[in-house]
Each structure stands twice: as structure tokens, then as C-alpha cells.
Design a protein around this ligand. Structure first.
Ligand code: GSH
Length: 205
């Protein structure tokens, strides 16, 4: 059984998608980040960076519970644990990891800043809005190009796609016209047709 410390954001969705795809049993512990649950000492012991998602696997590698924070590290952990969606062949693994890290370092943090300045900031700061929308468009252009002639960012469906999709689903918040990125549009349609993803995205806490 995996305990998932979760709120319904793109970073949270990555992990429900992985758990559903991998057929792992899990229970959700809601961490309401709008009410500062992420600063509770019990949660900080699991996730010292005060952010969701985090997991505790009651059956860790040494037969004891293990906690993991950072969504990319959680996806890698679950992929190694199950042997699913995270190839063991070194070349294929590197393909997956570079796109996972691309998401963790760019197509997440930059889009998060875009959401902040474009949607939530109390004042309109044109410099910041332009900066993050332009960076978002650059990242969508990179993703669109990668998807020409292939269904997923690496050769096979992987934890990298599970990391990228939830952020791409928020394209409207990001000032993105999906028609400008037709391969990303097809990718979203392809992935959201998967029943595990539909189930993960429908979870309400
Ligand atoms: N790099 C982290 C980012 C996680 C993250 O930004 N989580 C947000 C929700 S999507 C959060 O918990 N925010 C609460 C806070 O910053 O206090 C990861 O990928 O796990």
C-alpha cells in the first residue's frame, strides 16, 4: 500500500496517473495547500520542501516504510519498483530521463510561473507575463517538435509522459493556443484516451 500526500494540481496528478497506470494500491491523504497543510510538522517530516506530492511506501526496498518527495523522484521510484514505464535498458532509460528532467526543470517551473503571473498575481506585471508566456511557447515548440513522427516523448509510453501531460492540460491558463502545436494536441488526445489517466484525473479530494 502506498500513502499518497496529494492535492489536485498538475504535480499531484503525475502521481495518481502513475499509480493507476502501474496498478498499485494507494490511499490518498489530502494536503490542502490553500490552507497551508503543507507546513504541518507531520507533513514536513515526509516532504521537507513543504510541497505536494509525497509518498510513503509501506513496503519499501528494505521491507520498511520509505518516504519520497519530489514528483520526478517519486515517478522514478515507482517505475523501478514495478519495472513499468521506466525501461532498464540504459539507452532507453536515458531517453526517458532526459525528458523527465526537461519537465522537472522547465515544463513545470516555467509554466507554474506563467500560471502565477498570468492568472493569480494581484497586480498585472507585463514584463513577467511576457517572459513566462514566451518561455512557455518556446517549451511547447520543443515538445511539438519532439512529437513529430512519434507517439510519446521517448520511444515508448513512460513516466516522462506522465510528468508532462498534467502540465499540458492547463494550456488555457498558459495563454497557449493548442492549434499552434498540433503534435502536442494529438499527444494530449492520445494520452487522455487512456482509462488509467481518465481515472486519475477524475479523483476529487
Ligand atoms: N518540484 C516539486 C514541485 C512541487 C510543487 O510545486 N507543489 C506545489 C503544488 S503543484 C505545492 O505543494 N505548493 C505548496 C507551496 O509551495 O507551499 C515536485 O515536482 O514535486
Amino acid at each position: 500500500m502506498i500513502d499518497l500526500y496529494y492535492w489536485g494540481t498538475p504535480n499531484g496528478h503525475k502521481i495518481t496517473i502513475a499509480l493507476e497506470e502501474m496498478g498499485l494500491e494507494y490511499q490518498i491523504f489530502p494536503i490542502n495547500i490553500l490552507e497551508n497543510d503543507q507546513f504541518q510538522p507531520d507533513f514536513l517530516r515526509i516532504s521537507p520542501n513543504n510541497k505536494i506530492p509525497a509518498i510513503v511506501d509501506q513496503n519499501g526496498p528494505r521491507g520498511e516504510p520509505i518516504s519520497v518527495f519530489e514528483s520526478g523522484a517519486i515517478l522514478q521510484y515507482l517505475g523501478r519498483k514495478t519495472g513499468l514505464f521506466y525501461p532498464t535498458d540504459e539507452q532507453e532509460r536515458v531517453e526517458v530521463e532526459q525528458w523527465l528532467m526537461w519537465q522537472m526543470g522547465g515544463f513545470g517551473p516555467m509554466l507554474g510561473q506563467n500560471h502565477h503571473f498570468n492568472k493569480f498575481a494581484p497586480e498585472r506585471i507585463p514584463y513577467a507575463i511576457d517572459r513566462y508566456i514566451n518561455e512557455t511557447k518556446r517549451l511547447y515548440t520543443v515538445l511539438n517538435k519532439q512529437l513529430i513522427g512519434q507517439k510519446f516523448v521517448a520511444s515508448e509510453y513512460s513516466i516522462a509522459d506522465m510528468a508532462i501531460l498534467p502540465w499540458a492540460l492547463r494550456y488555457e491558463w498558459q495563454g497557449i493556443q493548442l492549434e499552434d502545436y498540433p503534435y502536442v494536441q494529438d499527444y494530449i488526445e492520445r494520452l487522455t484516451a487512456r482509462s488509467a489517466i481518465q481515472k486519475a484525473l477524475s479523483i476529487q479530494v
